[in-house]
Design a protein around this ligand. Structure first.
Ligand code: GUN
Length: 294
C-alpha cells in the first residue's frame, strides 16, 4: 500500500480561487481593494523568488500589491520609518517583511513596529499572544496551510496525537497552538529531543519543520499516519544538479503513511495562498466588515 499524496498545488489553487471571489465581492459591495505590502531587504536569491511569487499571486487575486526593495545596508531607522509609513497608509492592509533579514538589522524590533492589525505574518507579539491564548488572531501562513492540508484528510483533528518537530516562531510554535485550538494532543519536539523515533511512532499526525534533509525516516512513521513535510532543503547530487527534498525521507514514508505531502508541491504552495487569506481578513477587520467566507 502506498500513501495518498496530498496535492498542495491543487488545494492552494482552489484556495486562491475562493480568495479572488471574495476580493471581487468586497470590491463590488464596499469599494475596498485589499492591499499587501512586501518589504525585501538585500538580494537573497531564494527570498527574491518568494517575493516575486507573492507579488504575482496577490495581483492575480485582484488585490493591490506594493513591493519595497531595500539595499542590504539599509539603516535600521530607515526601515522602521518605512514600516511607520505603511502602518499609516490606508491602501495597505497587510505588511510582510521577508525573513531572514541581514544580520545588521534587529528583526524583532522591525516586526514589533508593524501595526498588529496589518501583521499578516502573525509574528507580532500581540498576534502570537492572542493565538497562544486561544483567541482569534492573524496566524502565521505556513502553519495555517499545514492545518488546511491536514483537514483535507481529517476534517476533525479532535483527540488525535500530533507531533510537531521544530519550534521556530514562524512555523513550529504557532503550529502547536493551532493544533491545540483544533483539540489535538500535541507533542513538541525539536533537534535536541531524545528518542524522536519513538515519539514520532505514536503520532497520528507528523509535522516535520526542522530544516534537516530527510531526517524523519520511514520506520519512524506509524502505519496510516498523515505526514506534513514543511522542509525545503536543496541537496546537490553527484551529477552536480541540485534537487529539493523535505525533512522527511519521502520514498520510505510513502510506503508506511496513510497520506503525505510531497516536496515541492505540498506545504510551500499553501504559504502564499494563506498570506492572501490573511490580507483579505485584515482588510475586512480594518474596515469593520464581517470576516470573509475564506
Ligand atoms: N521567509 C520564509 N518564509 C517566510 C514567511 O512565511 N514570512 C516571512 N516574512 N518571511 C519568510
Amino acid at each position: 500500500m502506498t500513501a495518498r499524496i496530498i496535492d498542495g498545488k491543487l488545494i492552494a489553487a482552489e484556495l486562491r480561487g475562493r480568495v479572488a471571489d471574495e476580493v471581487a465581492r468586497v470590491r463590488r459591495e464596499h469599494g475596498i481593494t485589499p492591499g499587501l505590502a512586501v518589504v525585501l531587504v538585500g538580494s537573497d536569491p531564494a527570498s527574491e523568488v518568494y517575493v516575486r511569487s507573492k507579488h504575482k499571486q496577490t495581483q492575480a487575486a485582484g488585490m493591490a500589491s506594493f513591493e519595497y526593495k531595500l539595499p542590504a545596508d539599509v539603516a535600521q531607522h530607515d526601515l522602521q520609518a518605512l514600516i511607520g509609513e505603511l502602518n499609516r497608509d490606508s491602501h495597505v492592509h497587510g505588511i510582510l517583511v521577508q525573513l531572514p533579514l541581514p544580520k545588521s538589522l534587529h528583526a524583532e524590533t522591525i516586526i514589533n513596529a508593524i501595526d498588529p492589525a496589518k501583521d499578516v505574518d502573525g509574528l507580532h507579539p500581540h498576534n502570537a499572544g492572542r493565538l497562544a491564548g486561544g483567541s482569534a488572531a492573524l496566524s502565521p501562513c505556513t502553519p495555517l496551510g499545514c492545518i488546511i492540508l491536514t483537514k483535507t484528510v481529517h476534517p476533525s483533528l479532535e483527540g488525535m496525537n500530533a507531533i510537531v518537530i521544530g519550534r521556530s516562531n514562524l512555523v513550529g510554535r504557532p503550529l502547536v497552538q493551532l493544533l491545540l485550538n483544533e483539540h489535538a494532543t500535541v507533542t513538541i519536539a525539536h533537534s535536541r529531543s531524545r528518542h524522536l523515533k519513538q515519539l514520532c511512532a505514536q503520532a497520528d499526525l507528523v509535522y516535520a519543520a526542522v530544516g534537516k534533509p530527510e531526517m524523519v525516516r520511514g520506520d519512524w512513521i506509524k502505519p496510516g499516519a498523515t505526514v506534513i513535510d514543511v522542509g525545503i532543503n536543496r541537496l546537490s547530487g553527484p551529477d552536480g544538479k541540485t534537487r529539493l527534498v523535505g525533512d522527511v525521507a519521502f520514498d520510505e514514508a510513502l510506503k508506511v503513511a496513510g497520506a503525505i505531502t510531497p516536496v515541492p508541491g505540498g506545504v510551500g504552495q499553501m504559504t502564499v495562498a494563506c498570506l492572501l487569506v490573511n490580507t483579505l481578513r485584515a482588510a475586512c477587520a480594518i474596515h469593520g466588515l464581517p470576516p470573509p467566507g475564506v
